[in-house]
Design a protein around this ligand. Structure first.
Ligand code: ADP
Ligand code: MG
Length: 271
C-alpha cells in the first residue's frame, strides 16, 4: 500500500527489508512459547519458517500480525514500528495473515467471501450475514471487479457460486489465500497453507504463491510442514526450536544441519 511507503523516510527501507521482528518474547503461564526471537524478511522473498510442533511458529505469526502482543520486542514493517497496532491496522498498512474460514463464512459463496474480505481484514463492521444478497448488491462495483480478478488469479472462477462450506480442504486454502488478495498488501503470512491439501491442489497453491511473488510483488512468510513445498518455494528458511531461531539458510543448507536434525528429534526433513 502506498500509505506505508509515503509515511516513511527513504532511509528506513533501504536495506530491502520489508518486515522484521527483534527480541520478541511471549509466554503462556510457564510456557515460553517465543523467546528473544529476531528475524528479517527481504522484500519480495518467500521466507519459510519451520520447526517441530510447539516451536512457537504460530505464536510468532500472531505477534507479527498483531493478533497477539509480545511481552517484549518490536515489529517493524516498511520502516515503521507497528508493535502497538491492532491486526486490522497492520492489514491497512499492507501486512496480512490468512485465517481459517469460520463457520459463518461457509454459508456464503466463494464470491461473497471475497467481497466481504476487505471489511473483515480491515476491522470494519461486517454487514449482518442474513442480509447476504443485499450485502453483495450494495457492495462497490470496484470490490466486485477486484473479486473477479482474484477469482482468476486463484483459479476459483468455476467455483464462484459454490458455498464455501462445500469446498474441499485444498479449495478452502485457496480461498483463504484469495481473500488476502482483496486488499492491496505487500506481505502475506501463511500458517500451514499446505495442511490438508491434496497433491493436485498443492501444485495449484504452490503455483499461485509463485505467481503472486514473481508477478505481483508479494513477499511471503510461510509456516509449512510439507518439506517438498518448503523446498520448492522458500528461500531462505528460518528454523525455530523452543521459541528461538536455531538457524537460517537455504533449504539445502538447513536440511543438512545437525542442530536442525536434532531439533526434529531424529525425524527426517524429507517427509
Ligand atoms: N494460547 C495459548 N495458551 C497457552 N499455551 C499456548 C498458547 N498458544 C501456544 N501455546 C504454547 O506455546 C508453545 C508454542 O506453540 P505454537 O506457537 O502453536 O507452536 P507451533 O506453531 O510451532 O507448533 C506450545 O507449547 C503451545 O502449547
Ligand atoms: Mg502452529
Amino acid at each position: 500500500m502506498s500509505m506505508a511507503a509515503s509515511n516513511q523516510p527513504a532511509a528506513a527501507s533501504d536495506a530491502g527489508i520489508v518486515l522484521s521482528g527483534s527480541g520478541l518474547s511471549r509466554s503462556f503461564g510457564g510456557v515460553h512459547a517465543v523467546v528473544d526471537m529476531s528475524f528479517e524478511l527481504q522484500q519480495n522473498s518467500i521466507t519459510g519458517l519451520i520447526g517441530p510442533n510447539g516451536a512457537g511458529k504460530s505464536t510468532l505469526f500472531n505477534l507479527v500480525s498483531g493478533v497477539d502482543r509480545p511481552k517484549q520486542g518490536t515489529v517493524i514493517f516498511n520502516g515503521q514500528d507497528v508493535s502497538g497496532l491492532d491486526a486490522y491496522k497492520r492489514a491497512r498498512l499492507g501486512m496480512i495473515r490468512t485465517f481459517q474460514l469460520s463457520r459463518e463464512f461457509g454459508r456464503l459463496t466463494v464470491l461473497e467471501n471475497l467481497m466481504l474480505s476487505p471489511q473483515l481484514q480491515l476491522g470494519e463492521q461486517l454487514l449482518p450475514l442474513f442480509l447476504r444478497p443485499a450485502a453483495v448488491k450494495a457492495a462497490d462495483r470496484e470490490v466486485f471487479q477486484r473479486a473477479c480478478e482474484v477469482l482468476k488469479i486463484s483459479r476459483l472462477e468455476t467455483l464462484k457460486d459454490e458455498y464455501a462450506a462445500n469446498l474441499s480442504g485444498g479449495q478452502k486454502k485457496l480461498l483463504e489465500l484469495a481473500r488476502t488478495l482483496m486488499i492491496d498488501c505487500d506481505v502475506i503470512l501463511l500458517d500451514e497453507p499446505g495442511a490438508g491439501v491434496n497433491p493436485a491442489l498443492m501444485s495449484t497453491l504452490t503455483d499461485m504463491i509463485v505467481d503472486l511473488n514473481r508477478n505481483h510483488g508479494k513477499t511471503f512468510f510461510i509456516v509449512e510442514h510439507d518439506m517438498d513445498m518448503v523446498a520448492r518455494l522458500c528461500d531462505p528458511v528460518i528454523v525455530m526450536a523452543e521459541g528461538s531461531k536455531l538457524i537460517e539458510g537455504s533449504f539445502d543448507v538447513i536440511r543438512e544441519d545437525k542442530r536442525v536434525i536434532e531439533a526434529y528429534l531424529g525425524g527426517s526433513l524429507d517427509g
